[in-house]
Design a protein around this ligand. Sequence first.
Ligand code: DOR
Ligand code: ZN
Length: 430
Amino acid sequence: MAFLLKNAHVVDPVAGLDGVLDVALEGEKITAVGEGLEAPADAEVVDLTGKYLVPGLVDMHVHLRDPGQEYKEDIKSGTRAAAKGGFTGVCSMPNTDPCTDNGIVVQYIKTRAAEVGHCRVYPSGACTRGLKGEALAEMGDMVARGAVAFTDDGRGIQDAGMMRRVMDYGIMFGKVFMSHCQDAGLVGEGQVNEGVVSTRLGMLGWPAEGEELQIQRDIALARLTGAKLHIQHITTKRGLDMVRAAKAEGLPVTCEVTPHHLFLTEDDIDATYPTALKVNPPLRTAEDAAALLEGVIDGSVDAIVTDHAPHAEWEKAREFAFAPFGMTGIETSLGLVLTNLVETGKISVARMVELMSVAPRRILGVEAASITAGATADITVFDPAQEWDVTEDGFESKAKNSGFIGAHLTGRATDVFVGGEPTLRNGAIC
Ligand code: DOR
Ligand code: ZN
């Protein structure tokens, strides 16, 4: 297939592009980037006037639920949702059933994604068997079959000695260790951030320290072992300051934030007990959200991810304390970032590309996407002016547990190419 994408506003901070250009694709590759390009023979010409064209976005924190919980999501529906959201790739989390803690499950995910996927799937593998924190997972076998990172996401590894062994052993594979920081003893059955809101609602609190203790511990262990550490879904001001200090020290430490921890706070959890807002880690204070925003702007936050966590309607329909943690996010992430950060002038499109494409790919160690001749054609196109409402019936995901139902957003992906193949054309899945 060949395409000539004309008159797009191309933004690629790595290649240093920020202007209206044409981009030609042939097969898997970008063949030319420039002004007034001639269409190659048989190329389909697509006019992208008014739209942005950027290196393909990657969401490095996604729960595809496959194998084992396909009633919530599966590789087909989850990657369709990714394409709809403007992503060319996702990193899948290992809390599947069976757990992604061995090579066979990694191979299943890769094979299934190749068969039915609508984006690239970069599987992460568990650090410990069954995410139990007791024995090492089959790290080498998983890497040999395509795992790009290690994480026990959904749980913190409780024992510091175990976390050290994970790093000491796993470091030979050169992959990043992604840490879900949660001290089980401190967090206990906590439901929402510990403070005024938990008291008012009469729910068990989840203190900020339940996250910060493990952030500090894992930074110390990264210093001890030399391992590359990535702090997942960071939510507190002090936690972010710890990451800043680690970076200043020159340690290989990075972190990510989610749109829900940036754009929602504990104050959004009212007396209707909205289970869509029950997430792990919990929505924090307005002060924390403001600090995360500051980090997104000043570069302390490396990546924006969704922690897309689909659940069935009946699961989220239960009482708050019985509902599972998590919200979907992959279809609203780009629109939320464009609406709240880019439209408002808080960050540039180039910074958005760093947060949602460049850094996730660099941290995961997967192929960089670039709008240059010879590069693989992983491309996201979005219309910055398209207005739309987030509604329950508008999702490609099997799940509807978004915390942003009813939001009015400006900016949406219209076209996505993965290795030169369209997965989204004019807002419709291919
Ligand atoms: O809210 C969350 N849901 N956070 C996690 O870390 C796990 C996820 C899930 O698997 O549902
Ligand atoms: Zn997590």
